[in-house]
Design a protein around this ligand. Structure first.
Ligand code: GDP
Ligand code: MN
Length: 337
């Protein structure tokens, strides 16, 4: 039986800080990325302050902010005020954001109305769908992200509970990881009724693009016949942009987009990224960041035992989603047993 990789402690050499004063310092080619609206400012600042205090004031990774509308001066001022790092503000091109003209608006409207009737969360929202499609297929192509290989996705109003004294980007780089997560759970069936059919038709069409040592067992309990709805919660991601830019995921996104499910249903970027990461990488390349205490309402990962002490975590370790009934972490563990 193999031990899940996160139970192997991070080696001490990773705890060197890349200050200019420290000649041992190494840095990855990485940026912290946040998609936000001007109106999200207070939540953005709150998330950023924690990112700085818990991690980035020692590591100085640059920030990239993206928005479908221009950021206003008030936003830019407050954001640049609370970090010494470089901050860039990017505008998302219209054709990376808006509902494409070929989408049948009558069908899309009907579906939104049905979802509203059925109380599906964000079921009536077009902007939310634009956001999910953008995160699924476009953010990694943005001009401002072109120079980077790794990214850490952050959202407004999240919490980081623990001091992170090592560089997670270097873990990704040195250990050849491509996708890192802290929380995994089940997707709402009503948002993705035909997603798995689209995945299966993709696999039939391009069997050679699927990784031989993939993590299908995280997604499916019957060898790929049906989707168990497990996904990594994508409001937190530390990932390799080249996973998304590669041939397999690019063709996969194109195939999904053609089905129209981002608008006829409400496909989320979380299941889409998760399925992509699970099928187009080796299972060992997906990393659970156990040391990163994290909360996005209404769930949190709070490190347990030694990790809680080492990180000086301020969360109550009894409040931890890892093995709650709605978590998929047990399926991740099983990949390695
Ligand atoms: P939830 O986490 O699924 O409840 O969705 P959020 O409202 O947190 O949205 C996810 C991310 O997308 C957050 O970083 C938001 O700031 C961002 N976001 C959502 N809708 C829009 C939008 O219409 N425009 C922009 N620029 N960002 C958005
Ligand atoms: Mn959110």
């Amino acid at each position: 039986n193999r031990v899940p990789p996160y139970k192997i402690p991070i080696p001490e050499e990773y705890y060197a800080h890349p200050d200019p004063a420290n000649s041992q310092g190494r840095k990855a080619n990485a940026a912290i990325v946040m998609l936000a609206r001007n109106g999200d400012l207070n939540g953005v600042i709150s998330s950023m302050k924690q990112m700085e205090d818990r991690f980035n004031k020692k590591f100085h990774y640059p920030y990239v902010f993206l928005n479908d509308e221009p950021f206003n001066d008030g936003f830019k001022t407050r954001v640049t005020e609370i970090t010494d790092s470089t901050v860039q503000f990017g505008l998302i091109p219209n054709d990376h954001w808006n509902q494409p003209a070929w989408v049948n608006e009558t069908k899309a409207t009907e579906s939104r109305n049905d979802m509203v009737k059925n109380n599906v969360i964000y079921g009536g929202s077009v902007p939310y769908r634009n956001m999910c499609r953008f995160n699924s297929g476009f953010f990694y192509r943005h001009e401002l992200l072109k120079p980077y290989k790794y990214y850490w996705r952050v959202e407004p109003d999240i919490k980081f509970f623990c001091d992170l004294d090592y560089d997670p980007f270097l873990i990704m780089q040195d250990q050849n990881k491509v996708y890192g997560f802290t929380v995994s759970l089940y997707e709402y069936e009503a948002t993705i009724p035909t997603l798995w059919n689209a995945v299966k038709s993709f696999i039939e069409k391009y069997p050679n693009l699927v990784s031989p040592d993939n993590a299908m067992a995280f997604l499916s309990d019957d060898g790929g016949e049906t989707y168990n709805r497990c996904h990594f919660w994508s409001n937190f991601e530390i990932g390799d942009l080249d996973l998304w830019r590669g041939e397999a995921y690019s063709k996969f996104f194109e195939h999904l987009d053609e089905q129209g499910g981002f608008y006829y249903e409400r496909w989320g970027d979380a299941p889409v990224h998760s399925i992509g990461a699970a099928l187009f990488s080796k299972k060992e390349q997906i990393h659970f960041f156990n040391d990163i205490g994290y909360r996005h309402e209404p769930f949190q990962h709070c490190p347990q035992g030694d990790a809680h002490k080492k990180g000086k975590c301020w969360c109550d370790s009894a409040q931890n989603f890892d093995y709650e009934w709605y978590s998929c972490l047990n399926r991740y563990d099983k990949l390695f047993s």
